[in-house]
Ligand binder design. Structure first.
Ligand code: PLP
Length: 388
């Protein structure tokens, strides 16, 4: 088989060699606990502080406003459950959208057992939330709005500043899941105008199992993980120093290289979109045409079973995803695709291609050819054989 073409950067990215190199001393040599007073502990504490400085720089915030977590899922959970519980005396209504990651949808759904009510805002065919819908959904007992900056399946970028302003005018705390946005969009917290923001290092060439929640000074947050009081009592547990160091460098690098990455990725992305649209019919490009992540080329095809297509592509060296990789194995239509209200015949055939550092321009026409050949071959099969 010829060279693999990895088109699944939204699922995860490979750790950058320089990030691994920066982490190694804190895995193998300087293995102190930052809470210890002795010198090996102080060394770990300094490394963690330096990395937090890098992250605060990228976000335009104070170090004290960062809470390190085990990833994007925990950051989303802490934001939603933490704010809801801290604000429950004021009200028990949360607003989110229909196309959030399950980390947001399931965390907010779990709060219904504590008497919270959750409103899910719809999206239009491009995956955009309407500011008017948010305005209409806000109530006197609303305590939190959580809407993602960019969607992981279809790449649509929300008008977050406008949405956040609407919530904050009413005194309602606003959280955004920016897990897919690093290295592509401006994540300065004041420009975005948000109160809380989640990130995950493995989406931008950092380590898996490390994330952060930005919490604006003054925002009430009840901790979910209780113990030794680390992270200013907001998330207990011995710090992951190597992970923090890795995330700091990966985030700072993503910030410095953002313009270049956007240019390179959007060129690759457009080759995929244009190549596929030019060769096969019965296709809808999902997500907004302009307001989309530079890395995301996503589609729905008629007469295609997405899981069968992804398996066939894998056998031919193209690694892609049917809907969200986080739901992999699930045959049902993803909640994101379902929310777009596309014609029925497109729903089973959703394909997500996400480009990044593992790609070259030369790979794109080859990927287009392989993908389109499989689509043509599968469509030529009698319907009952399409899953084989
Ligand atoms: N939020 C979004 C938008 C994501 O795409 C993901 C991962 O796919 C997550 C949250 C969860 O992040 P993590 O894998 O770090 O738990």
């Amino acid at each position: 088989m010829s060279e693999l073409i990895y088109l699944d950067h939204s699922a995860t990215t490979a750790l950058a060699p320089e990030v691994l190199a920066a982490m190694m001393p804190y895995l193998a040599e300087h293995t102190g606990n930052p809470s210890s007073v002795h010198s090996v502990g102080r060394r770990a504490r300094q490394a963690s502080a330096d990395a937090r400085e890098q992250m605060a720089g990228a976000l335009g915030c104070q170090i004290e406003e960062l809470v390190m977590t085990s990833g994007g899922t925990e950051a989303d959970n802490l934001a939603i459950v933490g704010v809801a519980r801290a604000m429950a005396v004021r009200g028990r209504h949360i607003i989110t959208s229909e196309i959030e990651h399950h980390a947001v949808l399931h965390a907010s759904a779990a709060l219904t057992t504590e008497g919270f009510e959750v409103t899910h805002l719809p999206v239009d065919r491009d995956g955009l939330v309407s500011p008017d819908d948010l305005r209409a959904a806000l109530r006197d007992d609303t305590v939190l709005v959580t809407i993602m900056l960019a969607n992981n399946e279809i790449g649509t970028v929300q008008p977050i500043r406008e949405l956040a302003d609407i919530a904050r005018e009413r005194g309602v705390t606003f959280h955004t899941d920016a897990v897919q946005s690093v290295g592509q969009l401006d994540i300065n917290v004041d420009i975005l105008g948000i109160d809380l923001l989640s990130l995950s290092a493995h989406k931008f060439y950092g380590p898996r199992g490390v994330g952060l929640l930005y919490v604006r000074r003054g925002v009430a947050l009840a901790p979910m993980i209780l113990g030794g009081g680390q992270e200013q009592d907001r998330r207990s547990g011995t710090e992951n120093v190597a992970g923090t160091v890795g995330m700091g460098l990966a985030l700072a690098t993503a910030q410095t290289e953002r313009e270049d990455r956007v240019l390179t990725s959007s060129t690759l992305r457009d080759r995929l979109i244009e190549g596929i649209e030019a060769r096969v019919g019965g296709v809808i490009v999902t997500g907004h045409r302009e307001r989309r992540l530079a890395t995301n080329a996503s589609f729905c095809f008629t007469d295609i079973q997405a899981d069968a297509l992804v398996i066939s592509l894998d056998l031919d060296g193209v690694e892609a995803s049917a809907g969200s990789a986080c739901n992999s194995g699930a045959v049902e239509v993803s909640h994101v695709i379902a929310a777009l209200k596309l014609p029925q015949e497109y729903l089973a055939g959703s394909l997500r291609l996400t480009v990044g550092a593992a790609n070259t321009p030369e790979q794109m026409p080859r990927a287009v050819d392989i993908i389109c050949s499989h689509i043509e071959r599968m469509r030529a099969l009698p319907p009952r054989n399409r899953l084989t």
